[in-house]
Design a protein around this ligand. Sequence first.
Ligand SMILES: [Cu+2]
Length: 300
Amino acid sequence: MARSAAALWWLMAALGGLVFVLVVALLVAGLRRGRAGPVRVEPGGSETGSSRRWLVGGGVLLPSVVLVVVLGATVAAMRDVPVQAPDGALVVEVTGHQYWWEIRYPAEGAVVANELHLPVGRPVALRLRSADVIHSFWVPALGGKMDALPDGVNTLVLQADEAGEHTSECAEFCGVQHTNMSLLVVAEEPDAFRAWVAAQAAPAAPVNSTGAAGADVFARACSRCHAVRPATEAEPAERGPDLTHFASRRTIGAIAENEPEALRRWISDPHAMKTGVLMPAVELDPHELDTVVTYLEGLR
Ligand SMILES: [Cu+2]
């Protein structure tokens, strides 16, 4: 699908380029001729046969031919867009939030944020939805773009043919942090995918003595919005990213590398890192901050 969309784009760019060169060439020719002397206008102003030929040829025939060619190529490219997920497709629920992506694997029982893993060679049906305003999902290397709407599910079917990583940005302006609403897409071999999704579906690591104090702070200050399965489940209306396996993720809020110092800054003032973010700064004393950072970075 991505290949045929790209081919169509190149065809349109080539045709548009040719028409542009032609128009500029005619413009230059016209300007040159104008310099040669004053234009004579016949009384009565009837068109000459030559100017009629230019009007009909350049104004009617040429655009019609170009547009019919583009229409044919578009219809052909649309045939390559699967409308229904084939049997055996992996179903992934993708929900856009201001300003992060929630990724759920319903059959596998995994919930992740800002990271989408796909098995190579298997069709994937992405069920796109939004929790607030319109967002748009687009990974150019894998396929077409599709909106995530607040009032219905759009399904995008795609398949990764080879392993690799892609980054994708939200493709529909959705608010101040639209630009930082990015998603890491990891296409990996089926075995690696199975291991990853099983690890994400597993309950959080049991809290050991180093994490215990942090778990208490978390339960008090954060669990309204963040789940750590199975201990806490966020209130649906305020749901932020699921943090059950937060330490296994590469980024914090899709903008900073996931390491303790950045996490400390994020919790004390997320707005300084991602202005307008829908997580409030949480006031914690330095000790509480340390313990909650230790707890979260232990959630592999
Ligand atoms: Cu968005």
